[in-house]
Design a protein around this ligand. Structure first.
Ligand SMILES: [Zn+2]
Ligand SMILES: [Zn+2]
Length: 163
């Protein structure tokens, strides 16, 4: 299993594996502690998040936005070029073929599990048990996580010696 985690302090993403107990954030340098459950470590099931220890997840299609956008731009330009040179049939043919490929690709896309609180993404062969995205749940859980982060910052600033 590979997990794309987000730093609780600055939000920068990085990819980690289950052997990592703690990882320094490449953005702010803060150590991010990771608590792996047996199920996550063995790629069986996502039961608890290693970053925030939350147990609320949703699944979504693992869409590569950059790649998808690049394909749309290329196909768009090609069909415009064919239209412009008077080969309408070819232009519409390309658009039609692309729509089919797009549909097929979407159906074949794997599901990725995402943590509602800290947005960690879990990729692997594990069994998908979470349901789809729920906006109401997301809002309340994100708020809860945000409050906890705030509290963490306050505690840290109280603990640090005065300069
Ligand atoms: Zn950071
Ligand atoms: Zn999390």
């Amino acid at each position: 299993m590979r997990v794309k985690i987000r730093c609780p302090a600055c939000g920068l993403a990085q990819s980690v594996g289950p052997a990592t107990a703690e990882t320094p954030c490449p953005g702010c340098g803060r150590a991010v502690p990771l608590a792996w459950t047996a199920a996550v470590g063995e790629d069986r099931e996502v039961d608890a998040c290693p970053v925030c220890e939350g147990r609320d997840f949703y699944v979504r299609k693992d869409l590569n936005r950059t790649l998808g956008l690049a394909a749309v731009v290329v196909v768009g330009l090609a069909s415009v070029a064919f239209l412009w040179s008077g080969r309408e049939l070819l232009a519409y043919g390309i658009l039609g073929a692309f729509a089919l490929v797009d549909l097929a690709a979407y159906a074949l896309l794997k599901l990725v599990t995402v943590c509602y609180r800290c947005q960690a993404e879990f990729r692997g062969a594990y069994r998908r048990t979470a349901s789809g995205f729920d906006l109401h749940r997301a809002e309340s859980l994100e708020l809860e996580y945000e409050r906890r982060r705030e509290r963490g910052r306050e505690v840290r600033s109280r603990d640090s010696p005065p300069r």
